[in-house]
Design a protein around this ligand. Structure first.
Ligand code: HEC
Length: 116
């Protein structure tokens, strides 16, 4: 897993730089009002709730409400999964990693103590 990540990073370094430039340069990342209701709930709805919502969520994990998402964040699994850390299933499953800006929002939200 880690070897693969290193290989990929080594083979395509320019892609990462291009993405970052695009996201930071042309579209500054708006991390104001970075609360659950202000930003994170919509991010989850757009990327996660299709599988992790409703009455029969994948892996028994719900991302469609504040209490469950807060618990997921506090367990370290939310950051592990979206940042593609070793030992976690990379999310969103079967799709591209979230944008640098979306990851920044999620990581900041967790660092700030998951404000509602
Ligand atoms: C296409 C369906 C799908 C989508 C979309 C999806 N997940 Fe998952 N998720 C799964 C499945 C299935 C599992 C069970 C583990 C596995 O099969 O990889 C899982 C597992 C997880 C886990 C546990 C990971 C671990 O290693 O313990 C977390 C946390 C998680 N998802 C969060 C998210 C978040 C946050 C998003 C949105 C950014 C997301 N998922 C999007 C299907 C999905």
């Amino acid at each position: 897993m880690i070897v693969l990540a290193l290989l990929t990073a080594g083979l395509f370094p320019s892609c990462y730089y291009d993405n970052e430039e695009e996201l930071y340069g042309e579209l500054p990342c708006d991390t104001l009002n970075n609360t659950y209701s202000g930003a994170i709930a919509k991010l989850m709805a757009d990327n996660c709730n299709a599988c992790h919502g409703g009455s029969n969520p994948e892996a028994g994990i719900l991302t469609d409400n504040y209490a469950d998402l807060q618990a997921l964040a506090q367990s370290g699994k939310l950051a592990g999964a979206v940042n593609h850390q070793g030992g976690f299933s990379p999310m969103p499953k079967g799709a591209r990693k979230l944008s640098v800006c979306d990851l920044q929002r999620i990581n900041l939200w967790i660092d700030n103590g998951t404000p509602q």
